[in-house]
Design a protein around this ligand. Structure first.
Ligand code: HEM
Length: 119
């Protein structure tokens, strides 16, 4: 049994997916503005580790840390869904299998209580 992280080629492939993901996020009218003032290289590095984590690779973000970093942004359900939807489409376009995307999206959804801070 290998992890999804290994199956899809480790950090090399994951980095490509994350770069594409962030290009799409910045183009989004709903999600883009949240990232206006953030240094992208830093965020891409963090997001790479996060995606690797939900795919079974090495990295660690506790729910408490996720809550703390997102709390200042007043993220609502609509913005969360936009980001999740863009990730889903990006994974599809990089050839990640539907079953694996289902697993990853469930992991993302499980973090929603720690990312969403406003209704
Ligand atoms: C389950 C969904 C999400 C996960 C797992 C996630 C994960 C992360 C991680 C790991 C970081 C880096 C934290 C650090 O600096 O160490 C981060 C930062 C950030 N996230 Fe998310 N995120 C999610 C959803 C969202 C959504 C929906 C938005 C906005 C609509 C968002 C906006 C941001 C912003 C603006 C930062 C930069 C924080 C900073 O550097 O000050 N995130 N996120």
């Amino acid at each position: 049994m290998s992890t999804l992280f290994q199956k899809y080629g480790g950090f090399g492939t994951i980095s490509k997916i994350v770069m594409d993901f962030y290009d799409r996020l910045l183009d989004s009218e709903i999600a883009g503005p949240f990232f206006d003032d953030i240094a992208m290289p830093r965020l891409i590095d963090h997001q790479t580790k996060f995606i690797a984590q939900v795919m079974g690779g090495p990295a660690a973000y506790s729910n408490e840390v996720l809550r703390r970093v997102h709390a200042p942004y007043s993220i609502d359900r609509q913005a969360f869904n936009e980001v999740a939807g863009i990730l889903n489409a990006t994974l599809q376009d990089h050839g990640v299998e539907a079953e694996d995307i289902g697993f990853i999206m469930a992991e993302i959804e499980a973090r929603s209580p720690f990312v969403i801070s406003t209704s």
